[in-house]
Design a protein around this ligand. Structure first.
Ligand SMILES: NC(=O)c1ccc[n+]([C@@H]2O[C@H](COP(=O)([O-])OP(=O)(O)OC[C@H]3O[C@@H](n4cnc5c(N)ncnc54)[C@H](OP(=O)(O)O)[C@@H]3O)[C@@H](O)[C@H]2O)c1
Length: 236
């Protein structure tokens, strides 16, 4: 057997209100999984659930609050696959950084996922979201680079400690997930420049990321690694 099926498996998608999270939830439902998506606000997570064809459970969790993670575990019961997409970037030059924002960034990407594993105890796989900035740092992105880099090392360490539960990290490059929509017209230039430069000559889509994640969580020989879903952008 080279893949495990998602049919009937419980997939918990933390911070599933993002563009990538929503696509993952839809694709997992389409493959027959039982899906729970979480967000920090009940109305936001319910709106995403309502937009999905098929049935998903919803829950509210803030990765900066361990009690809310423990409550999620009580609501979820058995969790087969855990995917965490949470991201609270603290950007800006080092001299402008506020301790609270830095702490929130680590809560979302590093401390929160550790506590999710502690309380939810997934039985099959854990997938954490890193990002290309860890491998291509830029001024003003020290915290983002560090949290994303920590995710890669956390995946390796947890793969050893939680074995045979498999643990991997996913590192997207620029993906049209909705996260960039606030840039307005500058988004088009950012995307065009990125696509012109990277070896794949395109930016990523939520389909690209979802397909790779679902392939990773159903591949029983894949653990302790980083899937670079960046169109080769970290190489140029
Ligand atoms: N899109 C890209 O181009 C790109 C590039 C590199 C890496 N990535 C990574 O891919 C993942 C998904 O990206 P995306 O663009 O789809 O989403 P995103 O816009 O980065 O959204 C991430 C989500 O994290 C949630 N969040 C923040 N702090 C949280 C906390 N303390 N507890 C729980 N949830 C929290 C937010 O939920 P609320 O609705 O509750 O605020 C938000 O929906 C992220 O980890 C991101 O860093 C994305």
């Amino acid at each position: 057997m080279t893949t495990t099926e998602l049919k009937g498996r419980h997939v918990v998608i933390v911070a599933g209100t993002s563009g990538i999270g929503r696509k993952l939830a839809q694709d997992a439902v389409d493959q027959g999984a039982e899906v729970t998506i979480t967000g920090r606000r009940a109305d936001a997570v319910q709106a995403v659930a309502d937009s999905i064809e098929g049935s998903v459970q919803t829950a509210v969790v803030d990765l900066g609050n361990e009690e809310s993670i423990a409550e999620l575990a009580r609501q979820c019961g058995v969790v087969d696959h855990l995917i965490s997409l949470a991201n609270a970037p603290a950007k800006g030059p080092v001299e402008s950084l506020e301790r609270e924002a830095v702490t929130c960034a680590f809560d979302a990407k590093v401390i929160g996922p550790l506590l999710l594993v502690k309380h939810l105890r997934p039985t099959a796989s854990v997938t954490l979201f890193s990002g290309i900035v860890a491998w291509r740092p830029r001024p003003g992105m020290a915290v983002t680079a560090t949290t994303n880099g920590a995710v890669a090392f956390l995946a390796e360490a947890l793969a050893v400690e939680l074995a045979p539960v498999r643990v991997n990290a996913v590192s997207p490059g620029i993906v049209d997930s909705g996260a960039w929509d606030g840039l307005g017209v500058a988004k088009d230039k950012l995307f065009a420049d990125a696509a012109a430069k990277n070896p794949a000559r395109r930016i990523g889509t939520t389909d690209d990321i979802s397909a790779a994640v679902l392939s990773a969580i159903t591949n029983p020989f894949l653990t302790g690694t980083v899937l670079h879903l960046d169109g080769g952008a970290r190489l140029v």
